[in-house]
Ligand binder design. Structure first.
Ligand code: NIG
Ligand code: FE
Length: 410
């Protein structure tokens, strides 16, 4: 069985080879879940086959399936109770220091069974999919003790098999210091390194290790120690860097050979240059900037000008960005960081694929890549970003099959 998408007003290929990565009046031919051919105008007869389903995409825009490369998918509870505190100006780190924030989600996550966590995360995956996300990175980090972290990572592993959205897992035990280790960062670091990470590796529960390097959480020295040990254990590295305070997280990401550094609202010039030199992808999270209420966004333009690859993601989590919808994030990326709609689409497709090491399989519309595609009911790319707060997705194609149609999962 195959699928043809024809007459698309625009196909945003997200490759560098075709003009700006955009084809007008285009078609895509899909077979066996892969992209077989791409072109413009009328489809040559020799490429058609009787058993092929045809979608007429006249007036529509086709992009690669969106890749949400930074989420905290599996967790319990919600944090709307923090709104009054946020409105009265209590800083994010102060809420955490008083036992709230991440630690309140840790309590809620520990209370739930794996099945309950999966039920909640499944609903989020459904939302992601109907809004165009076909691959998601999922970080642990709301369990913190051995059993709860493993429970969350197993939930993600099982959902990867059960749900059409592909899930790439990251261990983020270094998200906060759990109450059991309060005041003993080194003890907690060694617990992760000796007791938790070897088990995760042996059981194939995570490919990446992430760390929250921030004043009041993990210092640069502690982060470097944990990153070094994670690398020795075979994890690829990610880091929540320079989110609130400019600590030198961008520089550390480059020094340690991390695949990505994320947040970067307060990154230094040196950090930007180091990241460009070391080919570290910047994962920017403008929904979180909006939600932190500080009015500060990451310097995306400066990074792009300096040759840093910029990916954009939701940071879906219960504290600083409770949304699964990457389309809303597109608007924040444009209005908050002055990125163009094309830069944003690339940031959520090919550049996001780089951030999770999947750039050879997904993230662009190229022959031989997986047929993960989104058909937007939008005459051009700018319109998706401009008309915000609604779902523009007409259809989502995952591995060559239509999995969502007009907001309904198939
Ligand atoms: O990426 N910055 C640290 N971690 C998450 C937020 C976690 C939370 O507040 O629950 C983030 O923004
Ligand atoms: Fe995050």
């Amino acid at each position: 069985m195959g699928l043809i998408i024809k007459n698309a007003s625009y196909i945003v290929t997200c490759t560098d080879s075709i003009l700006d990565g955009v084809i007008e009046n285009g078609y895509i031919i899909i077979k066996d879940g892969l992209i077989k051919s791409i072109g413009t105008g009328v489809i040559p007869d020799c490429l058609c086959d009787k058993n092929i389903e045809i979608i007429d995409a006249k007036g529509k825009t086709v992009t690669p399936g969106l890749v949400d490369c930074h989420t905290h998918l599996v967790h319990g509870g919600s944090r709307e109770n923090e709104l009054p505190m946020k409105l009265s100006g209590v800083p994010y780190i102060k809420i955490l220091e008083s036992g709230g924030g991440i630690l309140s989600t840790v309590r809620a996550t520990r209370e739930l069974s794996k099945e309950q966590l999966k039920d909640k995360a499944r609903k989020s995956l459904d939302q992601m999919l109907i809004h165009g996300t076909t691959t998601v990175e999922a970080k642990s980090g709301y369990g913190l003790d051995f059993d709860s972290e493993i429970k969350c990572l197993e939930a993600a592993k099982e959902l990867n098999i059960e749900h059409p959205v592909d899930i790439v897992s990251t261990y983020m035990g270094a998200h906060a210091i759990p109450p059991e280790f309060k005041g003993n960062n080194k003890g907690y670091a060694d617990f992760m390194i000796k007791d938790v990470m070897p088990y995760i590796k042996e059981n194939g529960l995570a490919e990446f290790a992430d760390i929250f390097c921030e004043d009041g959480v993990f210092s640069v020295a502690e982060s470097e120690y944990i990153m070094k040990k994670s690398k020795e254990l075979g994890f690829k590295l990610k880091i929540h860097a320079d989110e609130i305070v400019p600590l030198g997280g961008g520089e550390l990401a480059a020094k340690m050979g991390a695949i990505s550094a994320e947040h970067l609202l307060a990154v230094s010039e040196q950090g930007i240059n180091d990241m460009a030199d070391a080919n570290v992808t910047a994962v920017l999270l403008p929904g979180t900037s909006f939600y932190l209420m500080t009015g500060k966004f990451a310097p995306a333009r400066k990074m792009i000008e300096n040759g840093v690859r910029v990916a954009i993601s939701t940071d879906y989590n219960p504290g600083t960005c409770p949304t699964e919808n990457l389309q809303t994030i597109m608007t924040f990326a444009c209005f908050g960081m002055k990125m163009t709609p094309l830069e944003i689409i690339k940031g959520m497709t090919i550049n996001a694929a780089y951030a999770i090491g999947r750039e050879n399989e997904i993230g662009s519309i190229e022959i031989g890549k997986k047929a993960d595609l989104v058909i937007f009911d939008s005459p051009n790319v700018n319109y998706i970003v401009y008309h915000f707060g609604i779902n523009h997705v007409d259809k989502v194609v995952k591995g060559g099959k239509i999995v969502a149609n007009n907001g309904i999962l198939k």
